[in-house]
Design a binder for this molecule. Structure first.
Ligand SMILES: [Cu+2]
Length: 302
């Protein structure tokens, strides 16, 4: 059992390393993205629909000819300050035209490397293309700023670019909370059903209750009844999570997500009720740690 666990952890580390290397290749030459070989992919991964077509986002500061120029690379913990950034095209010009997604031109995620602090915000864009949002981050440390957007240009695809943000102050790293099925937030209980499977889409269902009673009057937020973001622990790779099934105002909100690799992820559900947006966070492990799976993965991977 102990040996199996070690092999699994090693395999997960390899998967993360290869995933990053593949991402870097994309940045150097976007033209070869579609046909980039994946010699490390297992048979299962290669067969999994969409696994190769949608690598994890957020790992690169530049991709597909666009770059995230974070004008505020550091802020101070506990102090309110303006976070400013510009999305630039391949000629270095500020992008000023975007397609709206979920009612917004750009979605910004700010997350600490230890995943203990998370913000999903919507900055304002100036006419010159500079985005800004006031932020106050409670704890010091390394953070990632992830911008999710689609340029309004023929052929442009949705991108998630990521940049490092330093938050000055006394740094105390925190451990990722243990995996749990139920999370309490401001008097609400949110239960998670389902999980993440590496390379394959799977359903995640979140059920919202208050004081033990199912909440059936969730309010629309950004065009739907809940928003889910998944970040991979270790590199903060960003997963695109899509709503699943018919939209209903609770108590269940469903999503479909594909984990790019085995490993540990943190899920953040934003939901709106009584006029306020709240966030429930879950730790989820993708890929069952079983001796059989370890052997299989090691055999295919090498
Ligand atoms: Cu958003």
């Amino acid at each position: 059992m102990r040996a199996g666990l070690k092999i699994s952890a090693f395999a997960a580390a390899l998967a993360a390393t290869f995933g990053t290397a593949y991402g870097v290749g994309q940045g150097i030459d976007p033209l070869v993205t579609e046909s980039a070989p994946e010699p490390h992919a297992s048979h299962e991964e290669a067969a999994a629909e969409g696994a190769a077509a949608s690598p994890a986002g957020g790992l690169q500061v530049s991709e597909g000819g666009y770059a995230l120029d974070l004008r505020t690379p550091s802020v101070t913990a506990g102090q309110r300050s303006d976070l400013r950034f510009v999305i630039r095209d391949s000629a270095g010009r500020a992008v000023t035209a975007y397609e709206r997604e979920n009612t917004k031109e750009l979605h910004l995620i700010i997350a600490s490397r230890d995943l203990g602090t998370y913000r999903h915000v919507h900055p304002a864009r100036g006419a010159d293309g500079t985005w800004s949002i006031p932020v106050e981050l409670p704890r010091a440390g390394g953070y990632r700023v992830l911008a999710d957007f689609t340029p309004a240009k023929k052929g442009a695809e949705n991108l998630t670019l990521g940049a490092d943000l330093a938050v000055a102050g006394a740094y105390e790293p925190r451990r990722l909370p243990e995996a749990t099925r139920t999370v309490d937030v401001d008097g609400y209980q949110v239960r998670l059903t389902g999980g993440l499977t590496p390379g394959t889409g799977s359903e995640l269902e979140l059920t919202v209750a208050r004081d033990g009673r199912p909440v059936t009057d969730l309010q629309p937020y950004l065009g739907s009844y809940g928003h889910l973001v998944a970040l991979r622990s270790g590199d903060l790779a960003y997963l695109h999570v899509h709503p699943h099934g018919r939209p209903e105002p609770g108590p269940d909100v469903s999503f479909e997500a594909t984990a790019p690799s085995s490993g540990t992820y943190r899920l953040f559900l934003d939901f709106k009720h009584d006029g306020q947006v709240r966030t429930a966070a879950f730790t989820v492990t993708a890929g069952a740690v079983t001796p059989g799976a370890d052997t299989d993965e090691a055999a295919h991977g090498h």
